[in-house]
Design a binder for this molecule. Structure first.
Ligand SMILES: C[S@@+](CC[C@H](N)C(=O)[O-])C[C@H]1O[C@@H](n2cnc3c(N)ncnc32)[C@H](O)[C@@H]1O
Length: 199
């Protein structure tokens, strides 16, 4: 099993073994949007490892210009189809987030993360953070829901809040990092919401 290759994830989509898929936007993002909708300036947002795209939808509906990246072709196909079916103006592109074209550098006002960070090998986290930083405009905002479970192994690989701070602080200021109160039942007490500002 090589989780860094699209093949691994594509198989999961084709076999319908996508146990991570909650079939809706993460409730923590809905809560965030409800609280911040009025004050957040609209802009360009990328969703990393977007899967079937659910998290992109409420932001696109709220007026953000959203594109989701995922390297599994079926994820992109299904996300695009869902957006079309529900008439949601979100776009999706098949791409490896570690090898995005340079034309995306410093193009985004926001990045959204949900169960992509936990899907990459932990040793690639510093590279992930560097890439996130390189995609954002100066002072761009990284908004993430992280899987902070403490079970060994993965994916999903758990992370502690203090590891998250260590990972992100070289390139980001931590605006907030707190437990998610409105998780789906299977993830209660195992998620943290992070809002980080590119430095
Ligand atoms: C656990 S799934 C989560 C999908 C989605 N965020 C969700 O919550 O339903 C991880 C996703 O990240 C994608 N992924 C993993 N590594 C990636 C990479 N290097 N580039 C792009 N996508 C990646 C996989 O294809 C998969 O769709």
């Amino acid at each position: 099993m090589n989780i860094t290759k699209p093949h691994f994830w594509e198989n999961r989509y084709q076999n319908q073994t996508t146990g991570w898929d909650i079939g809706q936007p993460a409730p923590g993002f809905r809560e965030f949007l409800a609280q911040e909708n009025e004050t957040l300036p609209r802009g360009k947002m990328a969703v990393l490892g977007c899967g079937r795209g659910y998290d992109a939808f409420p932001f696109a509906e709220a007026g953000f210009e959203v594109i989701g990246f995922d390297f599994a072709p079926s994820a992109i196909q299904e996300a695009t189809q869902l957006a079309q079916t529900h008439n949601i103006p979100a776009h999706f592109q098949q791409a490896d987030i570690f090898h995005l074209p340079k034309t995306h550098s410093h193009q985004f006002d926001y990045l959204l993360e949900h169960t992509c960070f936990c899907a990459i090998p932990p040793e690639k986290r510093p590279e992930y953070v560097q890439i996130a930083h390189s995609l954002l405009k100066p002072q761009g905002q990284f908004i993430g829901i992280f899987f902070t479970h403490s079970r060994p192994g993965g994916p999903p690989f758990g992370v502690t809040p203090s590891e998250l701070q260590d990972d992100f602080q070289p390139h980001f200021a931590i605006k907030t990092l707190h437990p998610v109160t409105q998780s789906v039942s299977s993830r209660q007490g195992e998620e943290h919401f992070g809002w980080f500002i590119a430095q």
